[in-house]
Design a protein around this ligand. Sequence first.
Ligand code: AMP
Length: 436
Amino acid sequence: MKVLVIGSGGREHALVWKISQSPKIEKVYCAPGNAGIGELAELVAIGPEQIEELATFAASEKIDLTVVGPELPLTLGIVDLFEKRGLRIFGPDREAARLEGSKVFAKEILKENQIPTASFETFSDEASAKNYLGELPPPYVVKADGLAGGKGVIICSNRKEAETSIDEILTRKAFGSAGDRLVIEEFLAGEEASFMALTDGEHILPLASAQDHKRVFDGDQGPNTGGMGAYSPAPVVTADLHQRIMEEIFKPLLSGLKKRRIRYRGVLYAGLMMTRQGPKVLEFNARFGDPECQPVLMRLKSDLVPLLQATAEGTLDQVDVEWEEDATVCVVLCARGYPGSYEKGKKIGGLENLKGWQKGFVFHAGTIKRDGQWLTSGGRVLGVTALGRNIGEAVKEAYGAIGQIHWEGMHYRTDIARRAIERERATSGKEFIAAS
Ligand code: AMP
């Protein structure tokens, strides 16, 4: 089989790494990929938004399966286009991808199907949005409707801040047309977890649980990023919560989508808040989370390719999935300045020491190779991902490997999975292994 992976981050490196281990695979391509991915796949210089060119490439190279990493091509309708041309592709079509592409749409579906989420209202005019703040206690959560590069959710501690955010989104158009509408919702307190499942529109195959870390500095300080690290399993998702997430969220969501004649095929990612009343939905993503994809795929024992095929073909009920009992941890190494403007072109040292690393792998997110030298080229540069008998051991393994890597201005969090280790100690690991 020939597989094409679309995207260029750590998530896509993990996908290519896992796909290329499949005995079914003859060749893997990645468009556009990065230098690290180039060690495993043939890179194709087509951007993820060039969906026509991607379809032409897939047809001319006789690609058997295309796997979409990021959300942008999904919301542009890459799946609709490939299917129209008779090309097999993994991911939801444009209508289904609106679960990620429009927060208003996602909230409507949630409400329609009585799925637990923060109470909310939708607005397109400033005065009514500001008026609504009077009905809520602070903090206020203001969300631009469309894709805003992870910056469209603003948590405001007081009414003045919330009014400024409304102004920024609706009037000043800080996020362009993604801010034609906004959602104001109740603030939810609790611990967050992400839950990913494969679905072919009829059947749901949950993936191992995972948790990411959004803020740039230790102790969840500083601005939000694309993700500074992740681990799997997430001890917060106990066996009981796992079942509740399936029964109260995923199953009603899928039947709600079916009622609207929307067929969702691909990965469905739910960002959840574990509140006192139980799990509530914060957001949906229509693709694998990054970096969560890295620790989750490292725990996958089964061949990924039949799972992706079954999802795309609607036969998920005919496949099984097996997970490593070991835990995994991914620590993201990023460039100085990230998530603001960041440095590029710094020489990365030490990667050669980790070539034969038995208990982990370094996924590349933003690197180039020039004259045999690895250089930084993105905000998130590497995802150092390690296995261990439990999360504590995986953490030690990951940070041990990081000790070998260096470049000027390299930054990473030193507290990835700390909360999970505490929980792991408290439960001797029994509770969450059952849920993973
Ligand atoms: P989202 O993109 O909707 O997941 O929002 C990004 C982040 O904002 C989440 O990971 C949460 O940390 C936070 N967040 C979003 N909605 C809420 C909410 N209703 N209450 C508290 N925090 C929230």
